[in-house]
Structures are given as structure tokens and as C-alpha cells.
Design a protein around this ligand. Sequence first.
Ligand SMILES: C[S@@+](CC[C@H](N)C(=O)[O-])C[C@H]1O[C@@H](n2cnc3c(N)ncnc32)[C@H](O)[C@@H]1O
Ligand code: SF4
Length: 427
Amino acid sequence: MAKEQQPGLPTTPSDTSLTFGIDVSTGMNAYDFAARGVNIAAQREKRGIPESLPLPHGPWTMELMPTDLCNVGCSWCSHRTLRSEHVESVKVLRKSGDTTMQPYLARNTLMELLDALEVGGDTKGTYWAGGGEPLTAPYIVEAIERASQFSDVFLQTNAVLLNKFTKNTELLGTLRLISISAVGFDETSTESVHQNNTFHKIDTNVRTVMEMRNGFREENGPVALGRLKVNAKIMVDKTNYLQLPDLVHYWRDDLKIDIIAIRLVQDIYYGETTPTEDQAELSSDQKAELFNLIVANYPQDADLQKFANFLQLRQLTNKITRSCYSTTQGHFGVIDAKGDVYLGNPEIGNIEYSVGNINQQPWAEIWGSKRHKEIAERMNAEQLAGTCNKAFCRHTTANLGVEEYLDGKRKAPDEQEIMDEGYGAFM
Ligand SMILES: C[S@@+](CC[C@H](N)C(=O)[O-])C[C@H]1O[C@@H](n2cnc3c(N)ncnc32)[C@H](O)[C@@H]1O
Ligand code: SF4
């Protein structure tokens, strides 16, 4: 007998920033940042750093967006406007005879930054993302090898050029966490998002990475490459949401990736102030349809069922904390392909919030500067007033965790354990 259709989701507008991650190896939700935030707060306390001051020499996690170029064209790319504006401005400069600028960070500037972060000693994780596709940056292998000498490396990629890192086990072992924006499960579904026939390259690259990692782990245990975790961030939009079970099946059961995360694409585009017509984000009705599809047809699939439950949750992201700890305590910093330094994701590209620029100043003059303090105070005030963009911020759960810790409602995680499991360095 067919299973009776469950009532769908309420059609009230719900939080759009849903990301749900399951570490297939441990069954844990990999996307709650609270424990990571608490770990930083506890480490700061051990070092006697006053509650209101940032880490002295750099953020715990430094996100680097080395390039604004990309080798594919996802229509819903949150950076599409900032990237194309940057690429166009470089073209204009070229026409006027200035050939010195590129739409990516200069190698030497980036290497100097990495030197400064290593000397500073506060940065535990470097998170290589975009902007555009980080693996298209010409120096990416050298830069990541350098960063891996003092930090855990997290690479966010579309995986088309992941073969740059599969030349040998040592090189692949420079990566601690790879997160792949998973857009398809065959040629057609992949091409419809990437606008490019990338499926077979991705498929081969991911299989190679998993084989190399698994073989190494069997022989050597959890050292270097054996520690690598691979995450598929399954991107769900208006065009593919009914194919979610196929996507999960391919990435989890066929490619046997370590972590699957399901990310609802959001219609939030950096640098765009007015809503666009070509909305990619699921409507409330579509979320309800997806919920019903899973509940009715996949009762045995624990991961999909968990996701269906998750779809029903109203997130706590609107809760205001006494401080935006991520900002005020220096948990996180990000540098875009123009060299601007920001303290939160939603602020990227809004020059009013830039703390400085690594093309113009050395790192030591940016982090801890008067400007840094002013911007942190401004962001903190906006958080307190409830006017910051919590729907696009990934540090809200971290802030809630830190507050619970400071209020004695939550214990610090075991430092060794959280670092060993692979997420502790990344905010
Ligand atoms: C702009 S991408 C750059 C890195 C790399 N090219 C990639 O796609 O993984 C950075 C992250 O933002 C995610 N992303 C892009 N557009 C998004 C959107 N509209 N809503 C939610 N996440 C988005 C991507 O999936 C990726 O995880
Ligand atoms: S691969 Fe990444 S950077 Fe490129 S268009 Fe897609 S989301 Fe944007």
C-alpha cells in the first residue's frame, strides 16, 4: 500500500540559509559551528586574552578568495556580480595600457601574507574558496603547500581541476578538508548548472581522490593524507530539487564521499542591492513539495529523512547575542581577490566594511589597526541592533555557542578531539 502523504511544510516564509551536513563516517551534523566557536573561546581564555579583544596577530580561520575567475558558470553564483565587475575593470585597465593588474591576487602578495600569518601564530585554518574557482589561480598548488606548513587547509572547489592535487599522495595530503560544490549526478544535470560538460572530469577527480586517500589511510592510518575528509555540498535550486535523491545517491553511495551536505541555494548575490528576476531559491511550496517527496518515497533513507526534518526547523539564526564574538574576538577574516580584508562573509565586497587591503599595506598594519577596531565595533553594534545579515552569515551558531560557554551553559570541547576530527580549524 502506498504510504500516505504527510502534511507538507507550512507556507510561511522560513529561514533560507539552511545547510544540512551529515558526516557519513560519524553520523554527526558537520555544520553546527557552535563547538568550533566554543573551542576558540576556550583557547583564548587559556591564553588570557581579554573577552573584548581579537586574537592578536590574525584570525583563527583565514578565508582566502584568490581569484575572481571561474572555469564554469553557475547562474546562481553568489559572487557573479562582484566577479564580473572585477574582471571587466581589469579589462578596462588593460585597454588603457595598464597590464599589471589581474582579476586574482598577485602571487607575491599572497605569499607575504602567508608568511605573516605563520609568524603571527594565531591562524589555525586557511580556507581557500571564492570569489571564483580557487583552483584556476596559477599559483594555487604552491600557495596551498605553503599554507599547509602552518595551518589546516580547507579547499572549496567545483572539483573540475582537482587533478592539480592528485599527482602524488604528499601533495594531496596538504589538504585537510575538501568541499565540493556538487551540482549534478550525470552529464545532463551537471551541464545544466555549469554550462559546461564537466561531469566526467569531476567524476574521475573525485574517484581518484577517494582511492588515494583510502589506500593511504589503510597503510598509514590518520596521518597527512589519511586525515583528509571530503565533503559534497549538494546545491539545491529551483531546477534540481526533485532530483535531490539522485544527487545524494550518486555522491554518497556511488562516490562514497565522507560527508554529504545539502545546501539550499539562496538568492543573495554579493554587490546586488535589488532582487533579481531569475530567482534560484526554492519557494515555500517547493520546499514543502521536497519534504513530501522525501517523506513519502524515501522512508528508509536516514539521511534524507533527517534533511526533511531539518527542512521543517526554523533556525535560531535571528537570535541576538551580547557580542558578535566571531568579529570582536577575531575568529574569522576573509580576503577577496581585490585584496580587501573583511571580518564576516555578508560584508564581502562592501568596501565600507573593508578593514584594509593587502595590496596596499602589510598584514601587521591591517590586523589590530584602528580601522579594524572601528569596523569590528560597527559590525558588533549592527548585530546587537538586529540589522546584520544573519541569513547569509555562517557564524551565528558559533556566536550562540560562545555565549552559552561564557554563561556556563556549555562545556568546551576537547581541543585535541575537535582538531583531529577535522573541523576545528575552520570557521
Ligand atoms: C562562490 S563559490 C566559490 C568556490 C568554488 N568555485 C565552488 O563553487 O565551490 C563559494 C561557495 O558558495 C556557494 N554558493 C555559491 N552561490 C551560492 C548561492 N546562491 N547560495 C548558496 N551558496 C552559494 C558555493 O557552492 C560554494 O560552496
Ligand atoms: S563554480 Fe563556484 S565560483 Fe564558479 S560559478 Fe559556480 S559557484 Fe560560482
